[in-house]
Write a protein that binds this ligand. Structure first.
Ligand SMILES: *Cc1c(COP(=O)(O)O)cnc(C)c1O
Length: 334
């Protein structure tokens, strides 16, 4: 059932979406709506005060034809946390999961074969139509889920040049673990300038030398047998892929170190043959090819270990390796 996958990530959506509305103090039963437009009051809280958060996860078509979603409970829990931190109504986990499974079941014919996948984008927005509510959370909300077939962007050795940024921060430190558009807005100008000035693919935010993450993915250093990444703090987004990589890496024999590390340590390791990776749902693992530190580009000599870790995860996703961790949730056939 090989289908062409759109060239631009997230540009084509399944024609319907489940919509869960919170009103009158309760989550209402799911409704199905066309996904090409959304009617909102222009005064909606999310449009003025940023009460918006989202998720990103994927469904995969396995070799035996079965369709699975990768770790949906983790994304649901993270959206519940984002909702709490944005003073939004917290989605009901069971209704959320059911809507997501039904969406993928309805869109089953559009789920592409390996190495492509169906990207899912749950979005939660505050809908109170009162612009006077700047200092009050939205008491009404809407959760909808988009489904978009996406290709595999991974190519060994394709450039992943990171600008190591020690001055600007990605977002307010207490907001780092909220997956919200506001944090992307906060990082955007730095990311755009890095592309213009250094042809950098991403910015690695390292305030005061503390290595944190890029604008949209987590970062890990692979130095010999040690994989090093920042411990979970409020300052950055707790990626599901980060967690998956650490568990797989431990089973592959790596020493997993969740500890703070500095740009100085990163630079010394990079100059001595270490690898580095970005982790996130879209690309799973992207090996870094070079780092720009203080205007100087350091080329990383190897992408081998990162590529192997990536394969260990995608093999589970596509059913080529046993799901030892219980990460896959099967989508029922309709
Ligand atoms: C979504 C996101 C990630 C990656 O999270 P995954 O759950 O692995 O997809 C990392 N950093 C930021 C800022 C993100 O928004």
């Amino acid at each position: 059932m090989a289908k062409a996958v759109p060239a631009v990530f997230g540009s084509v959506f399944h024609r319907e979406m489940p919509v869960l509305v919170f009103s009158d103090g309760a989550w209402q039963p799911v409704r199905w709506q066309p996904s090409d437009s959304l009617s909102l009051p222009p005064g909606a809280h999310s449009l003025h005060y940023g009460s918006e958060c989202f998720e990103g996860l994927k469904a995969f078509r396995q070799q035996n034809g079965r369709i699975v979603i990768f770790r949906p409970e983790a994304n649901i829990a993270r959206m519940q946390q984002s909702a709490k931190l944005l003073e939004l109504p917290v989605p009901d986990a069971q209704a959320f999961l059911s809507a997501m499974l039904e969406l993928v079941a309805r869109a089953a014919d559009e789920v592409p074969d390996a190495p492509a996948a169906m990207y899912l984008r749950p979005t939660l927005i505050g809908t109170d139509p009162v612009i006077g509510k700047a200092g009050v959370g939205s008491s009404s909300a809407m959760l909808y889920i988009l489904a978009s077939p996406v290709g595999d962007y991974f190519k060994v050795g394709s450039p992943m040049k990171l600008l190591v940024e020690t001055e600007h921060i990605r977002c307010a430190p207490h907001m780092g673990r909220v997956k919200c558009g506001g944090n992307y807005a906060s990082a955007l100008q730095t990311v755009v300038r890095a592309r213009e000035q250094y042809d950098a693919n991403q910015v690695l935010f390292c305030p005061n030398g503390d290595v944190q993450e890029t604008g949209a993915s987590n970062f890990a250093l692979i130095n010999g047998n040690e994989i090093i990444t920042k411990p979970l703090t409020e300052e950055f987004l707790h990626g599901v892929t980060r967690d998956s990589v650490l568990r797989v890496a431990a089973d592959l024999g790596y020493k997993v170190s969740e500890r703070n590390f500095t740009v100085a340590e990163l630079q010394a390791a990079a100059e001595n043959g270490a690898e580095a990776i970005l982790t996130g749902t879209a690309a799973v693992v992207s090996p870094v090819t070079s780092l720009v530190i203080n205007g100087k580009e350091i080329v990383l000599q190897s992408q081998e270990r990162g590529t192997a870790i990536r394969k260990a995860i995608t093999d589970i996703q596509y059913g080529l390796a046993e799901d030892r961790y219980g990460w896959l949730v099967p989508v029922p056939e309709r």
